[in-house]
Design a protein around this ligand. Sequence first.
Ligand code: HSE
Length: 359
Amino acid sequence: MAAGPATCRLALVGFGTVGQGVTEILAQRRERYAREFGLDMRVVAVSDLNRGSIYDPAGFEPQALLDNAGDLERLGAPHKGWDALRTIRECNADAVLEMAYTDLETGEPGLSHARAALSNGKHIVMSSKGAVALHFPELLALANENGVSIGVEGTVMSGTPTLALATEMLKGAGVTRIEGILNGTTNYILTRMGEGLAYGDALAEAQQKGYAEADPTGDVEGIDAAGKVAILANLVMDRPLALSDVRRQGISRLTPADIEEARAAGQVWKLIGYVDGASARVEPRRIPASHPLAAISGATNAVTFTTDYLGEVTLIGPGAGKLETGYAMIGDLLKIARQGGFAAASRSNATGPQGATTT
Ligand code: HSE
């Protein structure tokens, strides 16, 4: 007799754009994932600073969560009002999805959330970048110690499988340089300014479309892209870079005149992240309109890996967005499931030799 799907109980920490994106995907495809991928994903807890906190060991209907997104505590639930750490420690989830706001200087609150989940034997899948940019080796060691996995695909280029491609398939080819457009918000702003929109209006659009961070300063000053450079350097090149090692300049000082001057010269401005064996930086650069990166518009991102054996490999895909980042979380959960992470019986010895997924 064929085995039924493994059950994966989920705690959602943060119910903003990404949390609602994950839930929307589950509302549409939960049954299909159970049928086709053998993984039945059930949200048992949601904890959000502004929208409230609920926990029901039996789980919630995804659509009911979405219908009550503004005030989750309107829903009937045996437990309400738990903070994120209590939710992570005490609920019956097998995996925590960490989608709170990100602080790239301290890594908090994601760092405390990740430590709590891993040390309590729960897998963690993160879209917030701070803790990953600053403390990934520590978190990976903690995951291995506890026989659980850490998924981080959503921290770079949303659900575009950048880290999976790079860590699983490209790393062995010897990655010597990584360069690309790593922030959706700024690329969207530069694209719209190129079409004649004012900076403030373009930023407002990017916020309205769910691309920008809660505090968009992180986007426009290049901090978010620098965090992604640090994550790529750490995970793909084994360069233990901190955010402060990435030289950084954002786009906030670019004027409409700068954009127009570039356009008249057949060029465009792009915010480029770069790392090789010696340096790491984020900076606005004027590139010829014929350059492959010039055609990357809106919230799309692109990254080129230069390798010893394959030469250059370029990946283009969404860099931000609700369903796009929501899917990164689902993709990591499906990967952990493939590694046996949600097998009912002995989860702890079934996650492969590393005991962790770095996607
Ligand atoms: N604010 C980020 C961006 C979200 O615009 O790229 C995805 O990391």
